[in-house]
Design a protein around this ligand. Structure first.
Ligand code: KG4
Ligand code: ZN
Length: 334
């Protein structure tokens, strides 16, 4: 793979992130400004506020990234930017900013798919090469993807409704935990037991799609029932029971997809891959089936520009620069 130095931008949701990346495994600098403290007040991301905050901080985040690497704009070879999927207004800030820089500096620009970026985050963290099976689990997405090569992907399945992280955040909200509540559910689950046996939705056997909205509704109904009867809610048991139902489905679908595609490596990526219970269970079942399970370093699991830089360099190596007429695509597929 090449040793291109790219300046990467990520603004698809609520993190304004800029990084400088060399090749596919070296992060020269990386800075992320997270808007979580603001969106917390509304219980979730407010798209209009997200776009405005990106505009306010993107200049400063770029300056800090260059300062950390002790580099100037002239020292980078290319510019990479997330073009989708994500919130359209938020994406447009990064895309417009990166295009303006590309024109001003005459550096080639590369439009990067955010989902491929999450998969590419593993190359910074682990010495791993394709082929492997990827489970992408984040606040906005849940995919099982067969990664045949650095630039060849086959989508095997996806959620039909809520993303895993979205279900975690919604259950957390009803339990009164602040946004985003995924980590709080994990912590709380450590102290509880799976007493509720919530539904596990497997949909069709041998297919790799997911559905989490039924589980989420079952959990919320149970909480509301207890509230109406004035029964004290054991948040730890609810969290544990919810998380166990999620894990059972993720384990079954991911391992059977890996076996079907004859893959001996699984990469779990996206914000929810931070969850140790999910990682450990898939790793244990993987080991029984001679499948090794990997995940990115914690700093590269949630949205970050370093992963966009890695994917930008892969894209540039295989397909060259993008044409200037690309735009933000909130529904960009693989
Ligand atoms: O990848 P990400 O930053 O954003 C999207 O691209 O959507 O993922 C954020 C999601 C949130 O839903 C958050 O609650 C979840 O990742 N998350 C977790 C954990 N840490 C973050 N979910 C479960 N357990 C965790 N430890
Ligand atoms: Zn993401």
């Amino acid at each position: 793979m090449n040793k291109t130095i790219t300046l990467a931008f990520e603004t698809s949701c609520d993190e304004t992130s800029v990084a400088i990346v060399k090749g596919i495994d070296t992060v020269l600098s990386s800075k992320t400004y997270t808007q979580i403290a603001t969106h917390k007040n509304y219980g979730g991301v407010v798209p209009e506020i997200a776009s405005r905050m990106h505009i306010e901080v993107i200049d400063e985040v770029l300056k800090e990234t260059l300062r950390e690497a002790q580099m100037n704009l002239k020292d980078v070879d290319t510019i990479s930017v997330t073009s989708g999927p994500g919130l359209v207004g938020a994406l447009l800030v990064g895309v417009s900013y990166a295009k303006a820089l590309s024109i001003a500096t005459k550096k080639p620009i590369i439009a990067v798919n955010h989902m491929k970026g999450h998969i590419a985050s593993i190359y910074i963290s682990e010495k791993i090469k394709p082929p492997f099976l990827a489970l992408v689990i984040s606040g906005g997405h849940t995919y099982i993807i067969d990664v045949l090569d650095y630039n060849k992907f086959i989508k095997l399945g996806q959620t039909q409704d809520d993303a895993v992280g979205e279900a975690f955040d919604k259950v957390a909200r009803v339990l009164g935990y602040p946004y985003p509540g995924g980590q709080k559910i994990e912590e709380s689950a450590l102290l509880g037991e799976d007493v509720y046996k919530f539904p596990r939705v497997f949909l069709e056997k041998d297919k790799f799609n997911f559905s989490f909205s039924g589980l989420k509704t079952a959990v919320i109904n149970e909480i509301n029932k207890m509230k109406m009867k004035n029964i004290e809610i054991d948040k730890n048991n609810i969290s544990r029971s919810f998380q166990e139902a999620v894990i059972d489905v993720l384990v079954e679908k991911t391992i059977s997809a890996a076996k079907k595609m004859k893959r001996d490596k699984i990469v779990i990526c996206g914000g929810v891959s931070n969850n140790n219970a999910i990682f450990e269970r898939i790793s244990n079942v993987g080991e029984i089936n001679s499948i090794k399970v990997f995940r990115p370093k914690p700093c590269y699991t949630t949205d970050n520009a370093a992963m966009i830089g890695v994917e930008g360099n892969i894209e540039y190596f295989y397909n060259g620069a993008s044409k200037m007429d690309f735009t933000a695509d909130p529904n960009l597929g693989l």
